[in-house]
Write a protein that binds this ligand. Sequence first.
Ligand SMILES: NC(=O)C1=CN([C@@H]2O[C@H](COP(=O)(O)OP(=O)(O)OC[C@H]3O[C@@H](n4cnc5c(N)ncnc54)[C@H](O)[C@@H]3O)[C@@H](O)[C@H]2O)C=CC1
Ligand SMILES: O=C(O)C(=O)Cc1ccc(O)cc1
Length: 748
Amino acid sequence: MTGENEFRMSVDVTSTEKKKFGNVMIIGLGMIGGSFAKALKERGLATLYGVDRRESELALGVSTGVIDYPAELTETYISKMDVIILATPVRAMESVLTELKPLLSENTLLTDVGSTKGSVIESARRVFGTVPANFIPGHPIAGAEKSGVLASNSLLFEKHMAIVTPLPDSNPVLLDRLHRLWRSVGADVVSMDVVHHDHVLASSSHLPHLLAYTLVDALANGERSQDIFKFAAGGFRDFTRIASSDPVMWRDVFMANKEATLATLDHFTDRLADMRAAIEQGDGASMFGVFTRAKSARDHFLRLLEQRTIGSSKEVRPVSVSVLPASVVKGDISLLGDKSLSHKVITIAALSSGLSEIRNIDLTGDVRITMQAFRDMGVVIEESSVDSLRIHGVGLRGLKAPIAPINVHQSRESLYLLLPVLAGQQFPVTVVAEGGLLNQPMGDLFSLIREMGGEVVSEVADCLPVSLSPNVSLDVSVYLKTASGSLRMAAFLAALYSPEKGRVVQPQRSLSHSDVLFRYFGANMSALEDGFDIKPMPLQGVDVVLSGDEYETVWLVLLANLLPGSELMISNAGLDSVSFAFLSLLKSMGADVTLPVRGQSGLYEGEVRAGFAELHAFELSTEQCYQFRDELPLLCVAAAYAKGESRIKGIGALPYYCEDRVLAIVDALEQMNIVCAHDEGDLLITGGLPQGGELDCAGDDKLALAMFLLGARSQSVTKVNDCQKLLEEFNELESVAMQLGFHCSVTQ
Ligand SMILES: NC(=O)C1=CN([C@@H]2O[C@H](COP(=O)(O)OP(=O)(O)OC[C@H]3O[C@@H](n4cnc5c(N)ncnc54)[C@H](O)[C@@H]3O)[C@@H](O)[C@H]2O)C=CC1
Ligand SMILES: O=C(O)C(=O)Cc1ccc(O)cc1
């Protein structure tokens, strides 16, 4: 017996104080096994025993405090273990399992950390006959190119994923323990099917290692190798870091995951051959396509990774905006393109043939989600500046199947545009979402897809995630009961995919920006009494300059109307018939506003000028109330500053979300000493001088803007809380305000 063995045998495993996970044995005390041991030990969660065929690693493990005791695969130790973790290279696991078999209790959780899962399960089957219920495989998606116990790091698994691949017979109590174990060292646990695991990892981890090893080897043994390494730049270093990984471990991975790695390698080899051909033929467009798609996919991946590692713990900080009274607004302003139009124009341009140049587009927030989805389906989108895009459209049915589900995150706008488009393609696709969007019923949208002939399958009825399968396409004829703009746009897109003729009918037809945009790209739409007929024909790429947000425009006009001394020019307004009618109503109340004339498109495009004028009280009919349902909070504020008593009819007949907004703004008015009353269902507002104070817009951007307006000429500062959404939607608010001399400040 060596001295070390004497020490080992002197350990009394029965006397150990019981920790949360009891006695945990790591077999294979290298980088991963050591990191796991260290993480548990530092947190005081277990008593750690190490086994390794290299005595030196065990001695280092004890001297550096990674484990409590060295151990052996004997009954004395094994019978006392609560958890045993295999952390050797994958092909060594079978012999370890063979040694464990006669000693293992069914109450001990046996797991592993191997990079492949199918092979480990096969080994267990060969050794035990069937996979024992207490053997539940696992795999941390965290690591490094280093190996050995000295490279262990107790924080290695923090905010990384740990995959577990339970089998149908796995013991649920032990599975629960495995989840807790990984969570206790900071990992997020996900369950996965074994075959899926091996295919996914073959592409995301095994193939990159193979490429790095092969590249370094090929260059090291080729011509000019000395100079190649001497003059290698950072890119070479980044790309080849993982070629410093442990050769035994990686030989084992490729021996163990042969089928899946060959499949992904073949796919990659084909793509590499395409690139070779593109270079040989001087086909810059193909190269450019691959590079832009890859760049955007990687940037997107990095953002997701960032969200995982820091975003998950990042709290959303409440934002307030304070408005100082008695300021003026003066100057010329050009607003950034409307956000909803930005989503739409990307969609239409992607489905057109040829190049579209889009200027003055808002590329912030959710718009990037729509853009990413099209990039994931093969559309090349170049960002030529912060507010312009060059979109190389692929035609209505030219999208490519994405390699992963399309993620619309929390963007309802992206979802309503993408779903009908996806239903018109020839490939099956899954659409996933995040946060609140997962719980929202999507019955109206799903029925539309079914009308198109698409097959819609969702686990929870009418909710995301959803899988679509191509089917026979049908002519779409939609009657829109509600006035929802996003459903209307979805219906237009669905109609475009009709084989013969699509029809969209709506109760109150009015010309919108989306109709104009469709026509601009060449859609064949014939107007009906109450809607449109749409004939299927290809759309054609064009150049577009987006006009500013209509709500922001009317808000600015009203701001100038309220503040004495104001003089404002908005140079790129684009008003549809509703916002034009709204500004005309303000004019009839005495507002100083000059409106553009109606252009060929049917929209009122061009300059809007506004200045201060004393407003008079007004009366709004039930029809007007419905027509201006989105602008009502602004109208209530106009009434608060107008001379006399204004009357608004038909509040009770509004969609609930519009009515809620009116109720919230009435609360705010009353809080600011403006007299509001109800008379047989009509809302009465008597003009006065609001006094200022602290308001809450409950995260509603339209309400927030109305509340700023209320504070603009009030007697003291008005602070509006919960403005995060507003600043997301109107991210130039501060710069626009500064430019015009309107004093508002954002505080966190
Ligand atoms: N390196 C990484 O980044 C990651 C590795 N993995 C997996 O974790 C496992 C361990 O990898 P590393 O810790 O990186 O390797 P490592 O080389 O640092 O450690 C492996 C240890 O296992 C010992 N060992 C080998 N055969 C043995 C046997 N028959 N009995 C007892 N001990 C034996 C070795 O002496 C060595 O100390 C592998 O299965 C690998 O696929 C999983 C995730 C990440
Ligand atoms: O070093 C790196 O970047 C890795 O990719 C680490 C890694 C290696 C093998 C795995 O099974 C999981 C993670």
